[in-house]
Design a protein around this ligand. Structure first.
Ligand code: BMA
Length: 372
């Protein structure tokens, strides 16, 4: 009896110790050398300029006659206009969690994987957002009909397992980003964005600050545990925060986040856009310095770019004095061509975009190698 007790004790000690070690190993999981290099280069980049970015740039776009194109090898509206690819291209993995082959914007995940690798080989950066479906209602990311979704997917919640199953799919995708030489390609992951508004199920009025932070921690810890070591993480609220403390109210922590930014769009009122942009830039510049984080304009644009001088008349002068790593405009939707944010050949703002491209401050793929 005594011996059995001793054996049991020894075994459980062994078990606890090994669990303990595993836990330590997980939290100490090192990022790949390429990912560290990327972070170091992004940190120094503002001394040189900022990357220009475009969402889904190499997946689809708009022809000179105003019709759409998609999935043409090497094609990009930005490249067609200025002869160079964006320094950063963003992609959205919305609906990867459903296990199908195409995203919410009908782009095959295989194509996204290939484009992320291509962008790495150009020395540029890829960023990933996730318009993930509502795991409780079955609706899309914009389904805000239920205010208990975040709570339900946290560790004690009834949908926790369903959600970690979705994270498994995301982890598999992130881990699969490898070149033919076996190099894991680093990406900037930007989940749970625009959470200071209330249009996504993880938004301001849809969960508490603690729940939102717990969601981030769960995402980060789970992916890390699954061996994801090629990600930097971006925190990007909207323009709602009025103060540093507003901005940081739901900040998941310096140990998780590498880059801080915000999303903002120009609507009808130009002055309002400029003022909001500068207010937010000043705010993240200060917070970035205090927290030692890279800063960026994670999404912006003027739908349809109806101002032909917008690039050097509004965007560049507004942002040029802030130490941002990048500014990124949203997609040129080939299925709804009025929904575009970048020029294409023949676009009224194309000439002005070339001027923007020629500014020494704007960095495109040929200007950089973020992995050297
Ligand atoms: C939105 C719009 C949608 C799109 C979504 C995810 O801002 O562009 O049409 O489905 O982003 O890319």
């Amino acid at each position: 009896m005594k011996n059995i007790k001793i054996i049991t004790l020894a075994l459980s000690t062994l078990f606890l110790t090994s669990c303990g070690n595993e836990k330590t190993a997980t939290s100490q999981l090192k990022r790949t050398a390429e990912t560290e290099k990327l972070l170091a280069n992004l940190t120094e980049l503002p001394q040189k300029g900022f990357l220009f970015g475009h969402h889904d740039d190499t997946n689809y776009g708009i022809n000179a006659d105003g019709t759409g194109w998609e999935f043409e090898e090497g094609r990009s509206d930005i490249q067609s206009v200025c002869g160079d690819y964006p320094g950063i291209i963003s992609f959205d993995l919305g609906e990867i969690e459903l296990g199908g082959e195409v995203s919410l914007d009908k782009v095959p995940f295989e194509k996204i994987r290939q484009e992320i690798i291509n962008q790495y080989q150009r020395g540029g950066l890829s960023s990933i957002s996730w318009h993930i479906r509502n795991p409780k209602t079955g609706g899309d990311a914009w389904d805000v009909s239920d205010t208990t979704v975040v709570r339900a997917i946290l560790p004690e919640g009834e949908l926790h397992e369903k959600f970690t199953g979705w994270l498994d799919i995301m982890a598999n995708f992130l881990n699969s980003l490898q070149t033919s030489e076996g190099v894991k390609v680093p990406v900037l992951f930007r989940p749970w964005h625009e959470h200071t508004g209330s249009w996504f199920w993880w938004g301001q009025k849809l969960c508490s600050a603690n729940e939102y932070k717990a969601l981030w921690k769960l995402t980060y810890d789970y992916l890390t545990e699954k061996g994801v070591n090629n990600c930097l993480y971006a925190y990007s609220p909207g323009t709602e925060p009025q103060s540093e403390s507003d901005y940081l109210e739901r900040y998941p922590g310096d140990d998780i986040v590498d880059l801080i930014g915000f999303d903002t769009y120009q609507g009808g009122n130009r002055d309002q856009f400029i003022n909001g942009l500068q207010r937010m830039l000043a705010m993240i510049e200060t917070i970035g310095k205090k927290h030692n984080k890279v800063i960026a304009i994670t999404e912006t644009g003027f739908e349809g770019v109806p101002d032909s001088e917008w690039w050097t008349g509004t965007l560049l002068p507004t942002i040029k004095d802030y130490p941002i790593a990048y500014v990124l405009v949203w997609r040129n939707a080939r299925e709804r061509t009025s929904h575009h944010y970048a020029p294409y050949p023949g676009h009224p703002s194309a000439e002005n975009f070339i001027e923007f491209y020629n500014s020494p401050q704007t960095l495109f793929a040929k200007d950089i190698n973020l992995y050297e």
